[in-house]
Write a new protein. Sequence first.
Length: 345
Amino acid sequence: MILASEASAHAPVIQYLLTRLRSLAVLACVPTLLGFLGGSGWILDLFAHFRWQYGWTLTVGILAAVLCERPRGRAVPRKLDWHAWTLGTLLAVWMVNAYALVAANGPAPSEAPASAARLRLLVVNIYLDNPDPAALLALIERESPDVIGILELTPELGARLTTLDDRYPNSHRAPRDDSFGIGVWWRGTGGAVEQISSPPLEFPSVHLRIAFDGSPLHIWLTHPIPPMSAQMYAARAEHLRDVATRIAAEPGAQVLAGDLNASPWSIAYRELRTATGMRDAGAGSLPRLTWQGGGALGWLLAIPIDHALVTAGLAVSEYRIGPDIGSDHRPVIVSVARTQHGSVR
């Protein structure tokens, strides 16, 4: 009896919390849908980044709506049954958002022959204020990638990464004191690097040409500005369009990787894939979260903005997001191999 009384006493509080969670989810329907209107303005396009957060919020809201008690008292006509209307709205928006999550990276890519040679690439935004690259160096030791791309490379961090030179005799470094330095290290002999000044802000991008499994492989590394204003949004778009034009002009198999500051649902990312014909290395799976905000609750704002893309003629045999290395970004690790169709794009 005492337990029943305690449960009865807490029931109003529980119903109050469930109602508030349901209301929060209803409010989340607005940015969820606004994110599909990214072509109408840069702010609307930013809403598209948070598909994971919308999914979590809507799921909680649906559960709360199911558990909420219907209003008691006089019967309400079905057409005015706000309880059912709210639950139906949440379910509909949840399904639309879920489809956007599932379809973001496209269908699973083709598989490479079991005997095909593999090339492993590790790319990470190291974070210019990273106090110690030891965690990154330990990750490189474990993963033993063939090519390493590092973004936000500063002169200080570059000096602390010279230990890579023993195992990676080939490198190209363009450190900067801001967030847009870049560097690449690779194994083997030969290879040619072209440093590109990407318009409109002339941030450096890197084009590495190496021999892989008997034919050339082009690896592009880039890091456009984040779209935090209308001007920055336009600058990111121009930067990525320039990179896409260069990729489309090159024959053969190609990989593009980096912190693109664009989620799979953003206009810039979709235009990039359309212009290059490239596929997401994570195709066939849900987008992986790669960046998170600062603080203990930073994971609540985590979004997938670090990517690896490949052209036809390359199969992805491995795609993983690496561990915390002291940066606000997680490393992207991808292994590629030639398909049976060779380098046809």
